[in-house]
Design a binder for this molecule. Structure first.
Ligand code: PGA
Length: 245
């Protein structure tokens, strides 16, 4: 895993935007995997700013999001559908029909999970997947204990994950208990992975990722088996880690 050390959240966001914009500007059809949560917000802001200033076009880009809550309507401000529209898609020139998220309101969730993986494969696989990491090491909503060979599936969220995300909801009770997430093997099938990590609340997770063993108890550890992972991490996230360059 290649680690890029940066000073702070802003620099992490800028660097990540540079990596993505560079690829997008090459102009080839591209499948971009996207994430939600606090971590990629600054990245999306930087992409929007670049689109407005420099006109970088996303007409040839297709996006696949990692996950979605079960049971929230698209217009619910806490749905990831809404987050993506509001944080990125409404502000760049990507055609809406080229933006995919798992459907958290599907009639048949098994079918939806299979359909999502099939769709990614049929469109050529993900070229670059943006990831964040949970304090418990989750990637997407793959909580500790998720089999590494998992494909897209329904998960019961850990209490710690619901608590971490409760800041966006009125009360903890409003945070959904279930989500649909790309599986670990779905993520590992991406040709390239960009993991963004910022803040001292992620320092333990970074320490475990870089110095711990590969184990399903710490889902992100699987990334060590991927041949093309870049981590962009800020000083606070790296505060518990000895990184030798
Ligand atoms: P965060 O979440 O970006 O809101 O910290 C990351 C994650 O849970 O994967």
């Amino acid at each position: 895993m290649n680690i890029i050390q940066v000073t702070d959240y802003k620099e992490m966001s800028q660097k990540a935007a540079e990596v993505i914009i560079h690829k997008v500007k090459q102009g080839n059809r591209m499948n971009l995997g996207l994430a939600t949560g606090g971590t990629p917000k600054g990245l999306y802001e930087a992409m929007i700013e670049d689109h407005q200033k420099n006109g970088t076009s996303y007409q040839h880009v297709t996006t696949f999001n990692l996950d979605e809550y079960i049971g929230l309507k698209e217009q619910d401000p806490n749905s990831y559908y809404y987050y993506m529209a509001d944080s990125l898609f409404n502000h760049i020139d990507i055609p809406k029909f080229q933006t995919y998220l798992p459907n958290g309101l599907a009639d048949d969730y098994n079918h939806e999970c299979e359909h999502y993986d099939r769709l990614i494969k049929a469109l050529g696989g993900i070229d670059l997947q943006v990831l964040g990491i949970g304090q418990n090491g989750h990637i997407g909503f793959n909580e500790p204990g998720t089999p590494f060979q998992s494909s897209t599936h329904i998960v019961t969220l850990e209490e710690s994950t619901r608590e971490a995300n409760a800041r966006y909801f009125n009360t903890l009770d409003d945070v959904p208990t279930h989500a649909i997430t790309m599986g670990i093997s779905s993520i590992m099938n991406s040709k390239e992975i960009l993991l963004l990590v910022s803040g001292e609340e992620k320092a333990d997770a970074m320490q475990k990722l870089l110095h711990g063993e590969i184990s399903e108890d710490f889902p992100a550890s699987v990334l060590k088996r991927h041949s093309h992972v870049t981590i962009i991490a800020d000083q606070k996230a790296l505060s518990g880690v000895l990184v030798s360059l």
